[in-house]
Every structure is written in structure tokens, then in C-alpha cells.
Ligand binder design. Structure first.
Ligand code: NAP
Length: 254
């Protein structure tokens, strides 16, 4: 394994990845393990989590970021940590504001925004103690764009962006890097969750175009966290070549 560029350790230290049971989180766990991190994986579907953890030689710990007691129990298992990847998140529904339900909006705020706040607050002391901590937040182009039927999700991701930028200000002068990764369309279970298991609706966003893969995004995260210690990658916006904005997507054969 390569050593850490600044510490000369035989491994780079511990990386926590939330939402590591599928998609971008699972790919990030794999990429960070390959880069020499000891990875601790958190999510609710423990069987899926254990599978990914076994693949990467990591540790699976049950985690529901929407619950304070679950976050506290998770953090007790992780006394030392260098990198926190706040990835757990998602969208529920694509209803216009006049039809959207309070439940969907609150659930999106809970997982994307409050989940990130809870995990960050709980692990900040250990991240700082490590001498060079790094908080990565998986935002979205939805954090600075809007689209029809997307207000609940874009509202939550706009809030995630605001909190990430505020963290960067508040942690200035302390040894903790802060990076936001903002992907466009990535083919994962994201749409299946958004459309509550409807396979046809879930496939529609990727129709006739080539989306990013979870590995494409994981590679951005791996790159950001392996820069020399004095380098803070503030943000990376990464989209498919076929996508210029949240709504401008080229679809072949249409
Ligand atoms: N796919 C895209 O096009 C796209 C684009 C931009 C940004 N993003 C963002 O990327 C992140 C990862 O999404 P993905 O695309 O990889 O979708 P995904 O395959 O659905 O993965 C979402 C992950 O979050 C976990 N999760 C959900 N609720 C959780 C909770 N309460 N506590 C802990 N973990 C929870 C899920 O695991 P469990 O269900 O097992 O808990 C799963 O591992 C999200 O923040 C999403 O908003 C996705």
C-alpha cells in the first residue's frame, strides 16, 4: 500500500463512507480501500453493506443518518478517522410543489441535510485529532440548479451546499479539509428509490444518453482526498458529456 503523502504511514488511515451499501458510496469504499485507507462503511441495509465491506476488506457498521441514536452508536465504533465521506442521501418523488407531500420533503431534508450535519458534528473531534482530517460531501448539480418537479430535492441539496461552504469558513485555520463533489446524472439505485421501485420510471432519466458510473464519481473523491495536505479541493462538478444542465440532456434516437 502507498503511504500517506504527509504522514509517511504504511496506510493512509481510516475513511468513513456513509451510504456505502450501493451506488456512489459502495464505489467510493472500493476506491478508498484500493488507495490504502482502512474503510468503515455505514448504511441501513446491513446484508448489502457486509457484502461490500467483505469485498474491500473494510468494516460494516449499521447506520441510519436520520437518527441521532444510530449516529452515536456508529461513531463509538470509530475512535480514529481521517476522512468522512457524507454520501448517504437521495430523492423521494418528482412532484411539483403544488402536489408534493410534507413527508417526502421532510425525508429528503432529514437524510441529505441533517444526516450530513449529524455525521459531521459527531466525527469532527476525531477528524481534528487525526492531524489532517477531510470531510467530503456528496452534493449534486441539484445544489445550484433547479428543475421541474425537483424542488424538494434541489432545496435539500442547496442546503447541503450552503452548509458545506459554511463549514469551509468555520474550519479555516484548523487541520480539516472540506470538499464538495457535485455529480450530474449517475446510474445507481438513486432513481429506483426516487420513483419508489418503478423500474420504467427509474430508467427514463438515462434513456438515450450515457450517464456517469458510480466509479466515475468515486474516482473524483479518491483524487480529492489523496492530494498533498496543503491542497483543499473545494468542489468538483462532474457530469456526463451528454448533460449540460439538470434539464439539458442530449438523447440519441429521439
Ligand atoms: N445518482 C445520481 O444521479 C446522483 C447525482 C448527484 C448526486 N447524487 C447523490 O449521491 C449520493 C449517493 O446516491 P447514489 O446515486 O449512489 O444512490 P443509491 O444507490 O440509492 O445510494 C444511496 C445510499 O444512501 C444510503 N442511505 C439512504 N438513506 C440512508 C440513511 N437514512 N442512513 C444511512 N444511509 C442511507 C443507501 O443505503 P441504505 O438504503 O442501505 O441505507 C445507499 O447506500 C446521494 O447523496 C445522492 O443524492 C446522486
Amino acid at each position: 500500500m502507498e503511504g500517506h503523502p504527509d504522514r509517511g504511514d504504511s496506510v493512509r488511515g481510516v475513511a468513513v463512507v456513509t451510504g456505502a451499501s450501493s451506488g456512489i458510496g459502495a464505489a467510493t469504499a472500493r476506491a478508498l480501500a484500493r488507495a490504502g485507507f482502512a474503510v468503515v462503511l455505514g448504511a441501513r441495509r446491513v446484508d448489502r453493506l457486509q457484502q461490500v465491506a467483505a469485498d474491500v476488506g473494510g468494516v460494516a457498521v449499521p447506520l441510519d443518518v436520520t437518527r441521532g441514536d444510530s449516529v452515536s452508536a456508529f461513531v463509538k465504533q470509530v475512535p480514529d478517522v481521517q476522512v468522512l465521506v457524507n454520501n448517504a442521501g437521495g430523492a423521494f418523488g418528482r412532484d411539483p410543489i403544488e402536489k408534493a407531500t410534507d413527508e417526502d420533503w421532510l425525508a429528503m431534508y432529514q437524510v441529505n441535510v441533517m444526516g450530513t450535519v449529524r455525521m459531521t458534528r459527531a466525527l469532527l473531534p476525531a477528524l481534528e485529532r487525526s492531524g489532517l482530517g477531510h470531510i467530503v460531501v456528496v452534493g449534486s448539480v441539484a445544489g445550484f440548479e433547479t428543475y421541474w418537479g425537483g424542488a424538494g430535492y434541489t432545496g435539500a441539496k442547496h442546503a447541503v451546499r450552503a452548509l458545506t461552504r459554511t463549514l469551509r469558513l468555520e474550519l479555516l485555520g484548523r487541520p480539516i479539509r472540506v470538499t464538495e463533489i457535485d455529480p450530474g446524472l449517475v446510474e445507481t439505485e438513486f432513481s429506483l428509490v426516487r420513483f419508489r421501485g418503478d423500474q420504467e420510471e427509474a430508467r427514463a432519466p438515462y434513456r438515450g444518453m450515457t450517464p456517469l458510473t458510480a466509479d466515475d464519481v468515486a474516482e473524483c473523491i479518491r483524487w480529492a482526498v489523496t492530494r498533498p495536505g496543503h491542497v483543499n479541493v473545494d468542489e468538483i462538478v462532474v457530469r456526463p458529456l451528454d448533460q449540460a444542465t439538470a434539464s439539458d440532456v442530449v438523447r440519441r434516437g429521439e
